[in-house]
Design a binder for this molecule. Structure first.
Ligand code: PEP
Length: 253
């Protein structure tokens, strides 16, 4: 059975104290209320908080994520953070290829692919984001575009490596906009992506890969989205800043 995920991406939000309170609440609620052992809650907190916040997590049900990394192991990369640094403070997952980084920081497929390799080399789990713009969807090239992000970012991996990757399909037009892809639109893309993986790695491998949906996931739409056969959970931005709502999303499988 594929692992299910509720992964939060706090982005550049919360002060240290606010974040500490939010994470403590999430950890406590998840410990008390989440009964499905196949669901993993992942919390992507701001970089400066990782070291301290890792110590607030005292349950296997919750794991710490970073929102970014640099692919190089060390060196003259001012302001950047290597995967081994993240690992050393208890990070288990790293969000990469997020559209905000691709668009605002000009991160291309090759750079994202290098991050995948660096994360896997340290034994952490990449959460590989992909997704099309509204213009690409309206032009009817959304499948081709996302397929190319996959091919360029992941298809150099062996099957065993690929199995360690979590994927997040995030249509850019749905991120932070309050507009959610319909469950049918999400399912259609997820199925296409799983078929694309199967075309290279075989159906057995493709069936093992968790593909999350991201884009205005909220407590009131999570159940319908997560009910689709190829949607294995969500990457959640805005709604992950509310402990009650985020925990409810994690309970929506
Ligand atoms: C995200 O940033 O990955 C995201 C999906 O944001 P939101 O849930 O706010 O749309």
């Amino acid at each position: 059975m594929r692992k299910k995920y509720a992964a939060g991406n706090w982005k550049m939000n919360t002060t240290f104290d606010e974040g500490k309170k939010l994470l403590s609440e999430v950890v406590n609620m998840v410990k008390d209320e989440l009964t499905d052992a196949n669901v993993k809650v992942v919390v992507g907190v701001p970089m400066p908080y990782l070291s301290t916040f890792g110590q607030l997590i005292d349950t296997d049900k919750v794991a710490l994520a970073a929102q970014n990394c640099h692919p190089e192991a060390s060196g003259a990369f001012t302001g950047e953070t290597s995967v081994s640094m993240l690992k050393s403070v208890g990070v288990k997952y790293v969000i990469i290829g997020h559209s905000e980084r691709r668009e605002m920081f000009n991160e291309d497929d090759a750079f994202v692919a290098a991050k995948v390799d660096a994360i896997l080399a340290e034994g952490l789990t990449p959460i590989f984001c992909c997704g099309e713009t509204l213009a690409q969807r309206e032009a009817g090239i959304h499948f081709d575009f996302v397929r190319s992000q996959f091919t360029n970012g992941l298809f150099h991996l062996s099957a065993d490596e690929l199995k360690k990757v979590v994927i997040a399909y995030e249509p850019i037009w749905a991120i932070g906009t309050g507009v959610t892809a319909s469950s049918e639109q999400a399912q259609e893309m997820h199925k296409m992506l799983r078929d694309h993986l199967a075309s290279k790695y075989g159906q057995d491998v493709a069936d093992e890969i968790s593909i999350l949906y991201g884009g205005s996931v909220k407590p009131n739409n999570a159940k319908e989205l997560f009910g689709m056969p190829d949607v294995d959970g969500g990457l959640v931005g805005g709604a992950s800043l509310d402990s009650r709502g985020f925990t409810d999303i994690a309970k929506s499988f």
